[in-house]
Design a protein. Sequence first.
Length: 318
Amino acid sequence: MKRTALTVLLVLIGLAVIAAYLTLFTVYQTQQALVLEFGKPKRLITEPGLNYKIPFIQNVQLFDKRLLDLDSAPQEVIAADQKRLVVDAFARWRITNPLLFYQSVNNETGARTQLSAFLEAALRRVLGAASFEAVVRDDRNDLMRKITSELNAKAKSFGITVVDVRIKRADLPEANSLAIYRRMQTERQREAAEIRAEGEEASRRIRADADRQVTVVKADATGESERIRGTGDAEKNRVFADAFGKDADFFAFYRSMQAYKGSLRSGDTRMLLSPDSQFFQYFNDAAGGPGGSSSSLPKPTATEDRARSGTSVAPSSP
């Protein structure tokens, strides 16, 4: 009897667990639920908690409350200035009307398919009316707002709100990019050649100016040196002229000694001269010339004698 009662109790508990499992369901904070009865919407649940349904008659469709992403495939767009662009964009959206969402696209897969088509159309329409510079640099934020607004206008009929649309990459096709890079390289090379040419011209100008200044400085220095040399020669000639005027014989004798000193150097010095040459006049005659009378000149000094004989005699102390 007790065993039968225990068995019945266990069976009842099992049936209660099964009934609770089939009747109760939980809606989490990130979810919203739509209760369907034979496929028709009966009740919308947006608050988290424990809820119920009629087993085998009603079922529950859960939808995400969080932001969902839509990443479109890269596509080629022709801008207003007829430049081709490869655009890679993405969108952020959420389900704001689960009932309309369920009735229009049923689930996230259908929603993504519809939104992808709408996003591609909006990208082509908005970017096609803008220039390449506006898309890449100048007005991208304004263009993104326009695309978001157009996408939202179409997504509302599906119970969807598009929060934002962004362009990850907007670039030229690879072939166009290579051509632009080559053109940029050529332009930079041309600019570099112009800068080098300007540098060479400046270098030649500076070098020519420096050479001119060197020539002027050398010419000034040469002129100054010649002037000083001329002044010195004039002073020397004046001194010689004064000396010649005071004692002509001594001046002639001094000049001959200078000539001997410059020509008769140590070593193998050979000279071929006539016996009556004026060069050795002081060797031939004390009067300064061959055949001359010695009585007309004063008696040679010891210095003159030593010069004629070529001997070296130490001077006697006075």
